[in-house]
Design a protein around this ligand. Structure first.
Ligand code: AMP
Length: 301
């Protein structure tokens, strides 16, 4: 069962307490696609500029990611610059250059329009809506967003929220979107905006899942070294939706397993700069860490 993702394909410049990197491959769609590609075939919809290197595209191709939906436009690629604090959960956006992303109107290749599993990655909500309008039938739509879009494009985002099943946000985004400081109240308020499930990412503290009838909590996988947290959220979503597409199991139990797969994929992402670690692992590594995660959280009531 294939997955369609729309989001940014970007250059990232990153500073962490452990080092820095300039103009490396990043973007919400890139991290999502690489994370999901271990589980199911992935198709990307996005835009790059003339300056985007072929070697980055080859990295996607090596993982069998379908690139027909990536448009090459005249201009420069989206570029994000961020800096992490000593407390690695805290980051500042230093620069955000939309470049070719401003004015981009997604136009899905015909064979993408029957997508059953859709991830509306972090991008302008108006582009997320455009993608939804072009898809004929969907089984599950999961959406991500960011403080930038909550501030700049709230009306569009509210329209998106009415048309999706699940929203993935981090704790500060959940607070900003809902106006509630308590995270449980924030999630409840967001559920009223449309989605049936809200997943709140809390960095090294893990993920909380809310629906009308249940709450589920998982920790992050404990690592001795977190090198670069960029893309943790997007690759979490990749592992999560990848597992749902692979299993077809959308029951509460199936969703819980998918959350753990997402957590495991994200734990690899943060072990090195950019997509480096994600590009070097195999499904077997994910399965092994999934089993050790089960041990970590196993107890009998
Ligand atoms: P994450 O660490 O999972 O929240 O995602 C980080 C990725 O989001 C980086 O690779 C950036 O290129 C990308 N990004 C940063 N700001 C934005 C934005 N406003 N819209 C879309 N993508 C963004």
């Amino acid at each position: 069962m294939s997955i369609l993702v729309v989001g940014t394909v970007a250059f990232d410049s990153i500073e962490t307490p452990f080092g820095s990197a300039e103009r490396i491959l990043g973007g919400s769609a890139s991290y999502f696609a690489l994370g999901a590609s271990f589980f199911a075939p992935v198709r990307i919809v996005g835009v790059i500029g003339q300056d985007f290197p072929q070697e980055y595209l080859e990295l996607f191709s090596q993982r069998q990611i379908d690139l027909e939906g990536i448009k090459k436009a005249s201009g420069d690629t989206f570029h994000w610059r961020g800096r992490y604090h000593e407390d690695i959960n805290v980051r500042d956006t230093l620069e955000l250059h939309l470049n070719v992303l401003s004015g981009f109107v997604p136009d899905l290749p015909e064979r993408y329009r029957d997508a059953e599993y859709v991830f509306l990655g972090n991008i302008d909500p108006l582009m997320q809506l455009e993608v939804l309008n072009q898809i004929r039938r969907m089984r599950l739509v999961v959406c991500d967003t960011m403080d930038h879009w909550i501030r700049e494009s709230l009306d569009g985002l509210r329209q998106v929220l009415k048309r999706i099943e699940m929203l993935v946000v981090n704790d500060s985004e959940a607070r900003l979107l809902s106006g509630e400081s308590n995270i449980v109240r924030a999630a409840r308020a967001i559920l009223k905006m449309g989605p049936k499930v809200v997943l709140v990412k809390r960095g090294e503290y893990g993920v909380l899942q809310f629906s009308d009838s249940s709450i589920f909590a998982t920790p992050a996988y404990p690592l001795e070294e977190v090198f670069d947290p960029t893309g943790a959220g997007d690759s979490f979503a990749g592992g999560f939706l990848g597992q749902l597409a692979r299993s077809g199991d959308l029951t509460q139990q199936g969703i819980r397993r998918a959350i753990v797969y997402g957590t495991v994929v994200a734990s690899f992402t943060v072990e090195d700069f950019g997509v480096k670690r994600l590009a070097s692992i195999a499904m077997q590594d994910i399965e092994e860490r999934y089993r050790s995660f089960a041990q970590l959280t196993d107890f009998h009531t």
